[in-house]
Design a protein around this ligand. Structure first.
Ligand SMILES: *Cc1c(COP(=O)(O)O)cnc(C)c1O
Length: 412
């Protein structure tokens, strides 16, 4: 029996009423925590606090979190839903069927993809949660997971937590920031269990082509690799060029799943809701892990999210327009002072080379000190990100303009 020690403790306290035990444990983290890669952003956080303490008027372009509020019709839907007692109980772990049907409907409208709501859609407590848990379902100690680098730090960390081995796939400007599978040794591909890809990409803002996805499906089929595509930024796109869903490509559902989130699309990062769609056996594996660890998403949040998924496109188009204006100001401004970068087609990041003579971190430190502008060093997303800096388009256009002016002055 676990923990059935009530009687024991009763007897002890009865016998020795005034015992003072001075127990002390030596706290040692497990190796999976000790072996985590160094947290490069901690240094940035420290610099940020120091700048703020000095009273610097900081322009923070380091945060991948929308500054705009959640649209009010979604907030109103939550208020109504929160008052319903049936939502105050445990939700079902796979998500309300009505939410999963709304996701299925959204995929049909947006991508022309059909999904069975009952078996091909799983709700998540934010897509980060799903990404963090999925290796636990499929990766045995020693199995390889293919991870893009620079990339979202959760991919390698979730791999390590499951005892897997990370094989980094470098994203460089030469390969259009899409992994070059021919550069992965055959022996590694044979040991690979899972592959993460992410488009529109954080941090590089690259968008994947149809032929890249076709290539992914071919490799996955040949080497039996489960594909996990992270599509968190599919709705933040510019110039009316809609990014593809991986699920639109023939054969995608046979090899993998797609993670999605309401966070970036509807400015709902704080709400913690996302979903995964696609291969039902892969989703069942992830669902099994989740049913043993969490108890699903607050149903009122799911109900408000059904409303979110039905948001009028005019409103979303306005949000995209806001990011696009900021992108144009920052891109034109930085190009104007000789910095080198591709013009982002999607996501809310701008990925630029640092000027000659700088490393990623020395440039970020210099901009903070001389311009009061905070950005993120590319090296923080993995070694191949060295020599780059990431600016988030999450500050208003006037402040973006101000940032450009200050950077110009600082660099001249
Ligand atoms: C923001 C982000 C996510 C996670 O978003 P959630 O809020 O957990 O849904 C996932 N992947 C990438 C690349 C992101 O930038």
């Amino acid at each position: 029996m676990w923990g059935n020690n009530k009687t024991d403790s009763y007897i002890i306290s009865a016998k020795i009423p005034e015992v003072t035990l001075k127990a002390k444990v030596t706290v040692q983290m497990a190796s999976r925590v000790r072996n985590l890669p160094p947290y490069l952003f901690a240094a940035i956080d420290k610099m940020k606090q120091e700048a703020r303490a000095k009273g610097v008027d900081l322009i923070d372009m380091s945060i991948g979190d929308p500054d705009l509020p959640t649209p009010s019709h979604i907030v109103d839907a939550l208020k109504t839903a929160a008052a319903k007692p049936e939502h105050h109980r445990y939700p079902s772990y796979e998500g309300m069927l009505s939410f999963r049907e709304a996701v299925s409907g959204w995929y049909r409208t947006r991508f022309g993809v059909g999904l069975d709501a009952a078996s091909e859609v799983l709700s998540l407590i934010g897509s980060k949660e799903g990404i963090g848990h999925i290796p636990l379902a499929f990766v045995e100690p020693g199995d390889v997971v293919l991870v893009p680098s620079p990339g979202y730090p959760v991919y390698p960390v979730s791999t390590l937590f499951a005892g897997g081995e990370v094989h980094l796939m470098p994203l460089t400007s030469d390969n259009g920031f899409m992994p070059d599978f021919s550069a992965i040794p055959e022996a590694v591909l044979k040991r690979s269990k899972l592959m993460f890809i992410n488009y529109p990409n954080n941090p590089t803002s690259a968008v994947a082509t149809r032929s890249f996805y076709e290539n992914v499906i071919e490799i996955a089929g040949k080497y039996n690799i489960i594909v996990c595509h992270d599509a968190a930024y599919s709705e933040i796109y510019f110039d009316n060029e809609k990014p593809l869903s991986f699920m639109e490509i023939d054969g995608a559902k046979e090899v993998g799943i797609e993670f999605h989130s309401l966070s970036k699309t509807y400015n709902m990062t704080g709400w913690r809701i996302g979903f995964a769609v696609g291969n039902k056996d892969v989703l069942a594996g992830l669902g099994k892990i989740k049913s043993n660890l969490d108890s699903g998403v607050f149903q009122a949040v799911q109900e408000a999210s059904i409303v979110a998924l039905g948001t009028d496109d005019a409103l979303l188009s306005g949000i995209r327009q806001t990011y696009q204006q900021r992108r144009d100001v920052l891109y034109d401004g930085l190009r104007g002072i000789g910095m080198e970068m591709a013009k982002p087609k999607a996501s809310f990041y701008l990925w630029s080379k640092v000027p000659k003579g700088y490393t990623s971190t020395s440039f970020v430190a210099d901009l903070l000190e001389k311009a009061g502008v905070l950005s993120t060093p590319g090296s923080g997303f993995g070694a191949p990100g060295e020599g780059y800096v990431r600016f988030a388009l999450t500050v208003p256009v006037e402040r973006t303009q101000e940032a450009v002016g200050r950077i110009k002055k600082a660099l001249s």
